[in-house]
Design a protein around this ligand. Sequence first.
Ligand SMILES: O=c1ccn([C@@H]2O[C@H](COP(=O)(O)OP(=O)(O)O[C@H]3O[C@H](CO)[C@@H](O)[C@H](O)[C@H]3O)[C@@H](O)[C@H]2O)c(=O)[nH]1
Length: 274
Amino acid sequence: MRGLLDARHRVVVLDDLSTGDAAALPAEVPLVRASVTDPAAVRWALITHAVTGVVHLAGRKSVAESVARPLAYYRQNVAGTLTLVEAMAEAGVRRIVLSSSAAVYGAQEAETIKEEAVPRPMNPYGATKLASEWVVGDAARAGSLSCVILRYFNVAGAWAGAADRPADARRRTGTGLVPLVVEAVARGESPTVFGHDYPTPDGSCVRDYVHVRDVASAHVAAVEALVGGGGDAVYNVGSGVGYSVGEVLDTIRRSTGINFVELHGGRRPGDPRR
Ligand SMILES: O=c1ccn([C@@H]2O[C@H](COP(=O)(O)OP(=O)(O)O[C@H]3O[C@H](CO)[C@@H](O)[C@H](O)[C@H]3O)[C@@H](O)[C@H]2O)c(=O)[nH]1
C-alpha cells in the first residue's frame, strides 16, 4: 500500500482486520472493514470506490497453521479469490495482481527455482495459493481479467516508520522466522530451530529472504504493467540467494549483539528443506 501511495496511485483497503491493523493505515486511505469472502461487501467496495484494479493480498499465510486448519485455508484463500474474481467481473474491474507464494513449488531439485518449474506444493497453504493462481489464470485465459501473479519467497524486514506505531499495533508482527526469533530474544527467551537433520549444509532449512520494500516495488511494477496494457505473467519475487535458519540466527546475533542460545525442536510439519 505504501509503495502504491509513493507512486501516486489512489488506494482503498478492504481488510477484515483478523490480523491487520487499522492504525497502520495513513489517514487518506479509506478502509472497508469486510472479508474478501463476502461477495456483497467486495462488490460494494469495488463499485463505491470506482476501483480500476485489485492487488489481492487477503490470504492466510502460515504453513504450520495451514497443516492444522486446512479447511480454513481453503475457505479464506481459494473461496476468497473466487469471490473476489466473481465480484470483479460483476463490477467490470479487469486488472488483478495476485499475491502467490514460492510455497507453490514445494520441494524441487533445482538449486534456483524458475517460474517454469512444475508446482508441487507440500502443504495446504501452498496448495491454496496454487488453486488461487488457477482461478485467476483461468479467468484471464477466458478473457475476463488481466493478471500478474507474484510468487514471493520469504518476506522479511520492516517499512521505515513502522517502529513509530503504537506498541499495541506492533505486537502482531507476524508468524515468520525473523519476527519470532527477535521477539523471543527480546523477551529473554531462546528461539527454537525447527529441524536440524535436513540434507542442507548445517541441517536447518534454507530459504530465500526478500525485503518487504522489494516486494512492494514488485507490486508497483506489476500494477503499472497492467495499467500499460501488459499482464498475464507469473514472476518469482526473491533475492535469488538461500540462507539457512542457522545463518539467519547468526545474523540476528551479530546485528543485535545478543549472543542467545537456540533450542533444537523437531521438524515443523509441511516444511520443505529449501
Ligand atoms: O521459530 C521458528 C520459525 C521458523 N523456523 C523455520 O524457519 C524457516 C522459515 O519459516 P517461516 O518464516 O515460517 O516461513 P515459511 O514457512 O518458509 O513460509 C513463508 O515463506 C513462504 C514463501 O516461501 C510464504 O509464502 C509464507 O507465507 C511464509 O510463511 C522454516 O524452515 C521454519 O521451520 C524456525 O526454525 N523457528
